[in-house]
Design a protein around this ligand. Structure first.
Ligand code: C5P
Length: 218
C-alpha cells in the first residue's frame, strides 16, 4: 500500500506550518513545509544578486538548492537561516519565485522524495492538487486576512523582528492575490479537500480536526 500523505494547503499565515508540525509529531510522520523551499530559493537568489523574475537563474538555484533541515532549524549552505527565511522580504520573494514554472518544476521531485514510511504531513499551496494528488487526507486550512495578519505580527514580535500591522495586512493580501491568480498551480481548494477555517480556533482545535480526518489512516 502507498505511504499515506496528509496534505494541508491554504493561504499564507493560516497556521498550516504549526498545525502540520504538530500533526506530524503526533503521528510520528515525516514533515514537509513546502513553503520553506520557495523561501530558500528566494533567499539564495537575493544573496546571489539574482533578480526574482530571472526564471533560468532561479530554476538553477532551485535544482541545486543546498538546503537541509534539522528539526525546526533550516540551513542554507551550512548557514542557519531559520529566522531569515521568515522575514517579510523572503515571504514576498517566495511568492514571486513561486510563479515561475521552471522553479516549481525543479522543486517537484524534491518534495515527492519526502513521502517515506510511515507517512508524510506536507503543507503548501498545491500539495493536494499537484504534488500529491492521491493523498488520502486533504485539508484546506484558511482564516480571515485579519486573523492571519495578527498571527504573523505576533510571530515576528516574538522573534524580536520589526512588524507593522498595516504593512503585514497589505503584504498578505498582495501575496494571496499572487498565489491565487498565477497560471501554474494556483492556490485553490480542491473539491476533495476538507475545509477548515481557523479564524476563531486555537491551534490545538485545528490539530484535533486534522487528526480526526487522519484517524482512518491508523
Ligand atoms: O507557506 P509559506 O507562506 O511559507 O509559502 C511562501 C510562498 O511560497 C507562498 O506565498 C507561495 O507563493 C509559495 N508556495 C507555493 N507552493 C507551495 C508552498 C508555497 O507556491 N506548495
Amino acid at each position: 500500500t502507498p505511504v499515506p500523505v496528509i496534505g494541508i494547503d491554504g493561504p499564507s499565515a493560516s497556521g498550516k506550518g504549526t498545525v502540520g508540525a504538530r500533526v506530524a509529531e503526533a503521528l510520528g510522520f515525516q514533515h514537509l513545509d513546502s513553503g520553506s523551499l520557495y523561501r530558500l530559493v528566494a533567499l539564495a537568489g537575493m544573496r546571489e544578486g539574482v533578480a526574482l523574475d530571472d526564471e533560468v537563474a532561479l530554476a538553477r538555484i532551485a535544482a541545486a538548492l543546498p538546503a537541509s533541515f534539522e528539526g525546526d532549524t533550516v540551513f542554507l549552505a551550512g548557514d542557519d537561516v531559520t529566522n531569515a527565511i521568515r522575514s517579510e522580504a523572503c515571504s514576498v520573494g517566495a511568492s514571486k519565485v513561486a510563479v515561475l514554472p521552471a522553479v516549481r518544476e525543479a522543486l517537484f521531485w524534491r518534495q515527492r522524495a519526502y513521502r517515506r514510511a510511515p507517512g508524510l504531513v506536507a503543507e503548501g499551496r498545491d500539495i493536494g492538487s499537484v504534488i500529491f494528488p492521491d493523498a488520502p487526507v486533504k485539508i484546506f486550512l484558511t482564516a480571515s486576512a485579519e486573523a492571519r495578519a495578527e498571527r504573523r505580527y505576533k510571530q515576528l514580535i516574538d522573534k524580536g523582528m520589526p512588524a507593522n500591522m498595516d504593512d503585514l495586512l497589505s503584504d498578505l493580501r498582495e501575496r494571496d492575490a499572487r498565489d491565487s491568480q498565477r497560471a501554474v498551480a494556483p492556490l485553490k481548494r480542491s473539491e476533495d479537500a476538507a475545509l477548515l477555517d481557523t479564524s476563531e480556533m486555537t491551534i490545538q482545535q485545528a490539530v484535533d480536526f486534522v487528526l480526526q480526518q487522519a484517524a482512518a489512516l491508523r
